[in-house]
Design a binder for this molecule. Sequence first.
Ligand code: GLU
Length: 281
Amino acid sequence: MIRTRFAPSPTGPLHLGHAFSAITAHDVARARGGEFLLRIEDIDQSRARPEWEAQIYDDLAWLGLTWDGQVLRQSERAADYAATVAQLWDAGLLYSCKCTRRDITQAASAPQEGVAPHIGPDGLVYPGTCQSQRTWIDDAALRMRISEALNGKHYIDFQEVDADGVTLGNNITSSEYITEYIGDFIISRRNREAAYHLAVVVDDAAQGITHVVRGEDLKSATPIHVLLQQLLDYPTPAYIHHPLIRDAAGKRLAKRDDAKAISKFRAEGVSPSDIRAMIGL
Ligand code: GLU
């Protein structure tokens, strides 16, 4: 049975890009007698707001989307994330890191045999400063020792599916590429908050998601998620990365761009079917 999810962060209004993800995930599941689940990604408590969460429920109901079962809220899942972090630590895959953003920028831009620093899904690829750290430090972030994590693997792959549920083929990323362009990514932050990559993988497994539907801006992070699934013995879902909604000038819609907020269209008298038409669904 197909099970999809919509996983918005309550850090601003839902806009047309969110509508694209939510409607696609909903329709893919419903067309095949599957389930559509909702997860509130409110792990970043400094940015999540209850009023945005309330607005999410309201906008989804207005769009005519109903979800199955209980809503999963990441702010209530710290114990599960901590248990998973402990599992990865015990497997010798993590190390403590106290580098600040500034330390990383400085180290990454130090002239190094003429190699330009690489930008990965989380920004600058970590230059490896703390790699020799072996002890657990309480107020440090934890990073994945990517060389260990990829040990023996030549590549990471997953099934890419289109918005109609048709398989497009295998997406393959080589281990060399992951080492160079993703590197030692963050698993948990200095305050012990789980990083997005960890939370999303733990939650997709907990919710039994078979098809992850999201914008193609997250595609570069998918090999990280598949690697984590493999390390944790979770099944790997299929992925539907849909095109991003762009503004009239072809510029990608920023999350903070309220101009395309669903609530704004609603206030202007636009109907849910107009929204579907606007995003080509
Ligand atoms: N919470 C993420 C967002 O709102 C989506 C994560 C995902 O779909 O994997 O952009």
